[in-house]
Design a protein. Structure first.
Length: 483
């Protein structure tokens, strides 16, 4: 690993901070504002030894890097060991000044951040503090990456033994069920794309799904970046550099890919099916739809039918887009109720009941009984226009019953809950209070309830918030007692 190259890159992307102390190294001597404070030696690569001016070894610093599975950049840190070898600290390597010299960057960091060097020499208190405050964060990340690397190596060896992925032409051969060797996918060597001439490897499964793409990561020597079909990214260090069409490199990569859980064959199709099933189940729970729920239906003539009820009030929002109702074609959701019941001979039957029939149905919920009533409404001009354009003239829907009193009902749209319906027995249709202006809604409601003059006058005086369910219930109560 070329650690220095990573440091040089970081120099140009990190912000440069200005410090009051001037830290320089001249002829192995550390100068703080021009005053000698200590000396430094670099006997071999990435190893630095610090001495006081009397020549006593103070501590050593080893510049280290650890490849990370989750990042193209290695974890860079400094391992500091006391001169007598009894104390050890691990600190993060930070680039706090622009320099092409790693020892300059490290010394500057030790001076301005940790206060180890001053114009008076070495600050032993600061040095002791550094040893007593080892960076737990660096140690934890390092331990995690080491564990990941070990786990990956174990998995790779297991894959090589059990699956033994091999390449024959473009076919990927693997062992299944511990005995059968068969084609489990396809591999392609070539340039990444028409606009990217870098070398890439693409792996496909038996269903022609592109499972993974691997390409060289510029920031690391023999470091490769893998992007998978499920939008995940991971990195690995290859044993050798990639040459286009090299089957040995490809087989090594396949072992790494399978160690990450991508087994090819029909796995992606199966997993996608499972994910889709889970999304559908989640969407059903979030929806206003009713599925195979025990309840009863009462038709216009008062005849009651008990059974298992199903009604679709909305589209399933599988991807959580918020798109649950059609806007460019007829809205037929919430218009038909399906009832599964047993006839007089105990034989299973299914019956469809339309909202236009004026039927009422109820189901048991956690909060007790919830009922719905089918009816047409005045209002909702845009929905009606869309339905007509789609040659659908049925504008009756089932609405949730919120409150019922003598001669009046307050209902709510099961999906668009900001929409309420006021229905009085004297009218065949209910009045939809939707997204129109307050004045427009109020005038329509005043006209709808005009037989109760005192109540209509109060609405006209804006003594009610007609878009608030509690105020609508109060209106219903007063209407029920209106003389």
């Amino acid at each position: 690993m070329k650690l220095r190259s990573f440091t040089f890159i970081l120099i140009f992307i990190c912000s440069i901070k200005v410090f009051s102390q001037d830290v320089k190294i001249k002829k192995d001597q550390i100068l703080i504002d021009g005053t000698p404070a200590a000396t430094i030696k670099n006997p071999y690569r990435d190893h630095y030894e610090y001495f006081n001016l009397a020549g006593e070894k103070l501590f050593t610093v080893d510049f280290k890097g650890l490849a990370q599975v989750s990042s193209a950049q290695p974890l860079q840190y400094l391992e500091v060991i006391s001169g007598d070898g009894t104390q050890k600290a691990t600190i993060q390597h930070e680039v706090l000044k622009a320099s092409f010299s790693v020892q300059n960057i490290i010394t500057h960091n030790l001076t301005v951040k940790y206060g180890v060097f001053t114009k008076n020499g070495v600050d032993k208190t600061a040095l002791d503090k550094l040893f007593n405050n080892t960076s737990a964060e660096v140690n934890n990340v390092a331990a995690q990456e080491i564990q990941r690397a070990q786990e990956r190596a174990t998995k790779i060896n297991s894959i090589k033994m059990s699956v033994a992925p091999a390449i024959s032409g473009q076919d990927i051969i693997g062992t299944q069920n511990m005995s059968v060797r068969k084609v489990i996918g396809r591999i392609e060597f070539g340039q990444c794309s028409a606009f990217d001439t870098n070398n890439c490897i693409q792996v496909f499964d038996l269903d022609k799904n592109r499972i993974a793409t691997v390409k060289n990561e510029k920031e690391g020597f023999k470091k490769y970046k893998v992007e998978t079909y499920d939008d995940k990214t991971f990195y690995y260090n290859a044993a050798k550099s990639y040459l286009r069409g090299d089957p040995a490199f490809g087989e090594e990569f396949l072992a790494v890919l399978m160690a990450e859980g991508y087994m090819l064959g029909h796995q992606a199709k199966t997993l996608r099916g499972q994910i889709l099933d889970a999304k559908i189940a989640d969407a059903k729970v979030r929806s206003a739809n009713i599925y195979n729920t025990d309840g009863y239906v009462i038709d216009k003539d008062g005849k009651k039918m008990t059974g298992s009820l199903t009604i679709y009030f909305q589209k399933l929002d599988i991807d959580r887009t918020g798109d649950v109702l059609p806007t460019d074609y007829a809205d037929k959701f919430g218009q038909r109720l399906m009832v599964k019941y047993n006839n007089e001979k105990k034989q299973p039957r299914t019956k469809t009941i339309n909202a236009s029939s004026g039927a009422k149905f109820c189901i048991e919920t956690e909060n007790g009984e919830t009922c719905y009533i089918g009816l047409g409404v005045k209002g909702e001009a845009m929905k009606k226009l869309t339905n007509i354009n789609d040659l659908s003239f049925n504008n009756a829907y089932f609405y949730t019953l919120i409150y019922e009193d003598k001669g009046i009902q307050i209902l709510q749209d099961p999906v668009e809950k900001e929409k309420f319906v006021v229905k009085i027995d004297k009218e065949d249709k209910g009045l939809m209070l939707d997204r129109s202006s307050d004045d427009t809604e109020a005038n329509r409601l005043i006209d709808y309830l005009k037989t109760c003059k005192e109540l209509a006058d109060d609405i006209k005086k804006k003594n009610f918030n007609i878009k608030d369910v509690n105020d609508l219930i109060q209106i219903a109560k007063e209407y029920a007692t209106c003389k």
